[in-house]
Write a protein that binds this ligand. Sequence first.
Ligand SMILES: [Zn+2]
Length: 194
Amino acid sequence: MLEKLNKNILLLKSFLTISKNNSYRVAEIIINNENFYNDVDILLKNLRNNYSICKKCFFFEYKNECLFCENEEINQNKICVVEEIKDVFAIHNNLKDNFTFHVLGGAIDLKKKINLEKLNFLPLIERIEKNKNIDEIILATSLTLNGELTANYIIDYIKKYKIKCTKLAKGVPMGSSLEYLDDITLKNAFKNRG
Ligand SMILES: [Zn+2]
């Protein structure tokens, strides 16, 4: 019996990409809450029907309009390159700076044979080639070896476009994912970028 439940919980874990501990908690919530199915059904329908992924910056679109690319208040000439969608939230919620984003969908990982071609890198180059007014590309990849490698490869590649290209300031602990940085560290990393 316990084995069967464990199997289901493991499925939940891989579906939701959460930790094993959290999956037990989620299973408990699902089993305990009789409205859960309806509430989640409404939520999922709302997400599925209204949101999609922008093919230009790879952030979310709402009713086919990208929250960044199609927002006139956003400075389209400054692009902050991040690994994951969650990094956009971490940065946008904490910084007042006005720039748009580009989500790579990960970082280079030589062990897993992930190179720039497997990431949303070519669409970034397309953006650079289409917009002659870009005045800065900010590499805000995570401060891990793979994140650094990714940033350096991109900087190297886009040198030929002669666009100002910056990286987050050192001083941020190596191995950090942006979402775990406190507000002040994140702000300083951007303020002192170079
Ligand atoms: Zn977009």
